[in-house]
Ligand binder design. Structure first.
Ligand SMILES: O=C(O)CCC(=O)C(=O)O
Ligand SMILES: [Fe+2]
Length: 281
């Protein structure tokens, strides 16, 4: 008998049957009836069930409401809580908006100063377990503030909430990152991978991430752009400016793949506010 292969078409068909509620035994029987070897049919159905893709894909493809700025009327600035913030660039897909003047230089410095002692501490802990050698290619060092922990952070949180029409309560604590020369953050998605085992537990706290708001706390001399490889976009890190992007499903079709390009000269300080679907408590 000729060797039988589980083709992509067959895989898709099995997935659809399982999704429609057809039982595995019944499915194997009907495959055998259609001329498939029992061994191949059993293996193909078991694999499809293991993947669980027929269920998870559905969740991944459902579009949800996302944060966004009210700029459809063509306005050139947005009222951000206590200041007017210019809109410097807006892209539809991926949804990316660059804002100027999100923070003053003094506010940027205040956030760096408040973060600095805790960055040092997290570095010590990490290095104790990894050895003391400095690895320039390693991802930046970071720390998290509690929401509203210091006054300047609370102010930034209110501005971000106003800029993209999303409740402060749906934001995670602000993350501060520092990149030394050579450090980078390779392209990734910020949403949680629905196929990953730990995601179910993470989603209990506010659901999926649906948007990211970055604010540059200093201006590196060279390098350190936030890149969107799918559309070959590089947002330059300029002190006080912010870049916002959203993703209406945890799926690559959002084109929200992004990274922090290597810092070539100087250092980079940036803070990240991730926005959840629901209240992040
Ligand atoms: O440093 C950057 O420009 C990107 C940071 C980032 O992707 C993140 O914090 O999730
Ligand atoms: Fe990211």
């Amino acid at each position: 008998m000729a060797t039988q292969y589980v083709t992509p078409d067959l895989r898709r068909w099995i997935g659809e049957q399982l999704k429609a509620g057809v039982g595995s035994a019944e499915l194997v029987q009907s495959m055998i009836g259609a001329g498939w070897q029992q061994k191949v049919a059993l293996q193909a159905v078991a694999q499809a069930k293991l993947d669980g893709w027929f269920k998870k894909d559905e969740a991944a493809l459902a579009s949800v409401g996302v944060p966004d700025a009210s700029i459809a009327d063509g306005r050139t600035w947005v009222q951000a809580h206590d200041r007017q913030v210019p809109v410097l660039m807006a892209m539809e897909h991926p949804r990316v908006i660059v804002f100027g003047n999100v923070l003053d230089p003094e506010e940027c410095q205040a956030i760096i100063d408040a973060a600095q002692p805790r960055m040092a501490r997290s570095e010590t802990v990490a290095e104790a377990s990894e050895g003391s050698e400095v690895n320039a290619a390693r991802t930046s060092r970071g720390m998290f503030f509690e929401r509203g922990e210091v006054e300047v952070v609370a102010r930034l949180e209110r501005r971000i909430a106003a800029l993209v029409n999303w409740p402060v309560e749906n934001g995670e604590g602000l993350q501060v990152l520092n990149y030394q020369p050579g450090a980078e953050y390779q392209p990734h998605y910020d949403y949680f991978d629905t196929k990953h085992a730990s995601t179910a537990a993470i989603l209990k706290r506010g659901g999926q991430r649906v948007g990211t708001f970055l604010v540059y706390l200093n201006t590196p001399t060279r390098g350190g752009a936030t890149t969107f490889p799918d559309v070959k976009l590089a947002v330059k890190p300029v002190q006080g400016q912010g870049v916002f992007f959203s993703y209406d499903k945890p799926d690559p079709s959002t084109l929200s793949l992004h990274g922090g390009a290597p810092v070539l000269e100087g250092e980079k300080w940036v803070c990240t506010k991730w926005l959840r679907q629901g209240r992040f408590a």
